[in-house]
Design a protein around this ligand. Sequence first.
Ligand code: DON
Length: 543
Amino acid sequence: MLRLLLLFACVCGCATKQQTFTGGAVAADHSLASQAGVEILRSGGNAVDAAVATSFALSVVRPFSCGLGGGGFMVIDSPTMEPVALNYRETAPSKVNQTFFAQNSSRFGSTAVGIPGTVAGLLAAHERYGKLTRQQVLAPAIELAKSVIPLDTAFENAVESATRAIETVPVEERAAYVGALQSITKQFSHLESGQVFPLQRISENGRAGFYEGDIARLIVRATEGHVTLADLESYEPRWETPLQIAIGDGNTLVCMPPPSSGGVAIAQIIGLLSKVRALEYGKSPEFSQLLVETMKHAFADRAEHMADSAFVDVPVQALLDDAYLDDIASRIVIGETQGLYSYGSVTPPPDDDGTSHFCVVDIDGMMVSATETINTSFGSLVYSPVLGFMLNNEMDDFSSPSGTNVYGLRQSDKNVPEPGKRPLSSMSPTIVAQDGVPVLVLGASGGPRIISSVVQVLLDILWFGDEPTKALERSRVHHQWFPDRVYVEGAYRDHDVEAHLHALGYEVVPRPNIGVVQVIQVEDGVIKPASDPRKGGKPAGIQ
Ligand code: DON
């Protein structure tokens, strides 16, 4: 309780002092992961080396959020390179087809597991851009895996949330999931993490140390053959061209293309806010209402059009087209909200918390923005103590036969599962470059709230001049088009915004928090990192 009160006092009252560095910084959602990245920067590693070390460390210290059993997206940029994006999202195993989840769970157990991509992704990024050896960048995580990590509030909250989720499963199926939860908690807080073994294998043998041999066989066994050896061996991360979208004042948004919906949605929201001249209302309840309306449009288009563009046509250019945004903007009226089907370009349908984001900046201004996930807290709850990591339940991000997924998101038939297809995602690792030089790096966890929290922190910094720490302490709103309600933060309440939206006829629903954002801004050579107080992370840096 005291911890909660302190956090609340800090978020609502005293502003946290902005830390500054000049030699590089890492903002992760656990201080030990930030420190692991900084250790690598100090040893002469660049931002990618540090990002890889941070991610492997997160696998150990945030096993309920991300890790070897999951996947992610990464955006990399520097003053001297063209930006690149890396898609290492989990992929549907060969056994999954379009009707598979009508009979099988996408939420718990083996059938929920997608082929993990994190290890292949990190090693691909390291191979292409890293300066240090693989052994060097894995060393901090192996060290952490050999130690006892103190349980923190975020871990306890995740256990609580997974325990509540297990209660939705038929009683006779619960024992395995409860056992998995107990086993990982015990290993984490009493013994060394089981991850020493897989991390060492990866350090010694690279990609083959995970996708072939003992570790691969253990994953196949843990998923009762749902993920096969062939699935693992054939997994490849995909290098992509990031979306680059001008957002005014010389700023360019550098972000993920599909199957992330975040890049398009964030660009749509910012484009629409500019078109309705929202900035003229300042940081006011009126601004928040316009923001909510733009979110409704962006999430309506997400529901209708977005999925893995390697499988279906995603009309990215059309969704960002100026004339299209003009048309939508003309439908946004200050002080008014519309019915569900007035948003985006949706056609009415027939009737019918495990992620982590981190940012790295090195002394040369190279930036990495990465969001990684096992989907919900502790993923599928498929766990092998020998492996020490949880396997993801990313298959729930495909369109669900029940109409909505665990985040209440409605998604179209484009996003139905198929072998080798990657599910639509809200993960939105983002970099903002000013005249070609990266100046801001950010991203979030929180399912669909990723998109809305990233856009709000980005605007608080770029439009309202907040320091990163101040931007993270502000109250946020969230609207995902369906269900037709606006979420406000219970713990970080802004009563004026809430009353304003309520008076205008919105259904206003409080939720404890909206997104967990990590951000680093670089201004005149000064590096300003911040980790969201909502998950207790702490940045680190080099003076
Ligand atoms: O990719 C996605 O959109 C989800 N799997 C992200 C899940 C998430 O952020 C859970 N967070 N706390």
